[in-house]
Design a protein around this ligand. Sequence first.
Ligand code: G1P
Length: 898
Amino acid sequence: MEQYKFIDAEGSFRIENPELTSYLYFPVAGESGVMSSVTPLLGGDSKTGQNTFLLEPVSNENLHNNKSSRNFWLKLQSGELWSATGVSSRQQMEKFTKAKEETVLEAGIMWHKVKRKSSAYGLTSEVTTFVPHTEDKVELTMITIENTGKNYITATPVAAIPIYARSADNIRDHRNVTSMLHRIITAENGVVVNPTLTFDERGHRKNAVVYGVFGRGNGRLPIGFIPVAEDFIGEGGDFENPGALHGEKIDMVPAGIQVDGFEAMGGIVFEEFTINPGERISYVVALGYGEDMDVLSKAADTYLTEEVFLKRLKETKEYWNGKVNISYESGDDRFDRWMYWVNFQPILRRIYGCSFLPHHDYGKGGRGWRDLWQDCLALLMMNPSGVREMLLSNFGGVRMDGTNATIIGKEQGEFIADRNGIARVWMDHGMWPFMTSHLYIKQSGDLDFMLEEAGYFKDAQGFRGEGSDENWVPEQGCIQKTAGGDAYRGTILEHVLLQHLTAFYDVGEHNHMRLRGADWNDALDMAPERGESVAFTAAYAGNIEEIADLLLRMKKKGKVQTVTLLKEMELLLCEGEGLYESIEEKKELLKRYCNVCGHTVSGERFEIDTEKLAENLRKKAAWLKEHIRKTEWIKNGAGLSWYNSYYDNSGKRVEGDFEKGVRMMLTGQVFAIMSGTAQEKQVEEIVKSADEYLYAPEVGGYRLNTNFEEIKADMGRMFGFAYGQKENGAVFSHMTTMYANALYKRGFVKDGYKVVKSLYSHASDVTKSKIYPGIPEYIDPKGRGVYHYLTGAASWLLMTVLTEMYGVKGEYGSLKLEPKLMAEQFDKNHEAAVHLEFAGRKLHVKYLNPLMKSYGEYEVKEVIMNGQLVAGKGALIGKEYFVSCKVRRENDIVVVLR
Ligand code: G1P
């Protein structure tokens, strides 16, 4: 298998014989809601949501199992059939023989092209697919056929795309019955399916969506249609060997026909063509979604010429490339191009949610709370405008008990009550909003953000998932009210404090925060009673300390002398070693607080001096960290040390030496390092232990855990997964990347670089990872990258490379340049550069490293902006300077390292 090659600076790539790698899929989508996946053989699917799949939904195994695809046939004069997309029984058979047709795939952000050459027939096809970025709900494919042989060719082309036109639920829930709902109509330019009703989990409803497949050849209308799947395959045939195309004449129907109650087929027959050697002919096929058959057929028609297709394709490429406004030029071109895809991935997750690509065959679109906040990390680096509003409205999902709504609606800031009574609480959820908001504040200097107000979420769930508010009924709405009946609003600072302070008291038997439904690791879901997450206790501690620092900064800037908070929260600010050490007292206090906020809140406030509050928080953070240091530092028989990450539902420590081997988990290390809980010397020891027990370069680097060799039913479903899969010990990119981030933050640059490099080297080597460019969710035990594209790892890698590796970051609105690049990352000219946007301005930051020193050996000596020296030693371009007129829309910054 050959490596892919990048063919431009925007990450477009080229790979030969793509169909000889299994499970490959590629995303093409638009802002209109059309979400497609395309395989090298034009398989995959297309939908606008869980209940509106135009093409039959596919999971990873369907990618090779399904015979239905976006096929395009040529029925040659001889009667032989050739599929321009390669999906005929014969071409599939020949794939592994000398007769294999030459294929090459080229793809870039949101567009996909496969070229296929048949020497036997002297034919070449080029099949390009994309979804226009505009509001139109269409997916377009252009098929160009060229005569590359010596003789003229005469053939009849037939587009053959089965139309599923219903909910994903119906795959094995009344598949046949729902086909009876179909009303299939042939329009002038295609086949439209207008189901009468929809049967899915929402019940039986009148259908409002029409689906269609349309086409034109060289600008001309089709000559007929085969609108029913069973007519197309013929008795005994299938989509790779369709009976309808075998007869002498193709049996087709004209426009204006209606067929009721069958599986539908976008079978479109075009007029016979003859092309001489060197000549070409092109067809455009559109898959469209609409509300009205005529409107849809007309709208689709506007796309069906080569000219329009190419124009829209160009615009679409420009649109998406405009969205990726961070790019690199380093000593490793391949890394720079690969990062282009990583930078794009958070946009893909904004569109697809965590569902709707073949591996992601769960959920119904949308993202969970954790993913929502982490994707904001990337979006705020790439597109800072609009982020403030988005963050603010997301805070409306926080409940008074510090937990939050987990079902997120379609609209920004829309959260949905869980109607099934007591739902799950993920104990990590409370710490992500501050992490993201803090990054936003650092980038922008917008300290006022913390003083903005937002409402709170209310539903029946209370007492941190262990009780319910029987007085609440859905009719009251999901807004927290005061006893007087008004909607209660508090500052963002209050929301953040609430999330951290409630967690502070929510402890288990070892005085660490309870694991509850799970933490970041969704699959640690079987220790709700006695489980504790030391890992995220450290993460909360780190945040609490940073909130204290932020408060002091706000005070210094004259923003707050005192802080005003909800009266009930006074309880949460209780202090004292005695209280902190007493598990019972803490639990009791939390219970009291949850009780007073169980249904309504008083709406009254109290004031606290900012410094006093900061001091209170500092003490809490310090206690948490010290407690972890004192109780969770493991030294094993081999003399290696690291932090224990969890307690299980039997109340036992999870890591250390066990009968079946050493047990170590990465999560606890990441947050101990990131939060500053692990001391300098301890970080060194953790790195050593991780190298010993978790490092596996053959699967991309650092695994999530060692093999426990036990189905730990007192911990979580992850232990039911085979070792090396997903949360059970895979190299799980998200956590691996956070490990790198933590190491960079603490100045362990060489080690952080090793983490990024091993993951990147594996993922970008298609011969090992078997995926297109980008970062997958994890690497499976055979080295394959799986759950490609939709992963929080992308946001974290984007942020780590930009703000840590390249060290370009905001320091409360000022621009800080603190490179942590290794010597090998500089190019032949001793340069490494990044293009980005910061404070509404375009920056091109170039590091010059004339002596080719590595991190630790160089210092920033000079910073020259637009030809002017702005900072001698040091690398902070002050906010005042930065927003002054000396800064242009586009700026060149040269940083000299010596
Ligand atoms: C996925 C989920 C994420 C969760 C993680 C571990 O990770 O989206 O919320 O924390 O699994 O269970 P991702 O695919 O985003 O890397």
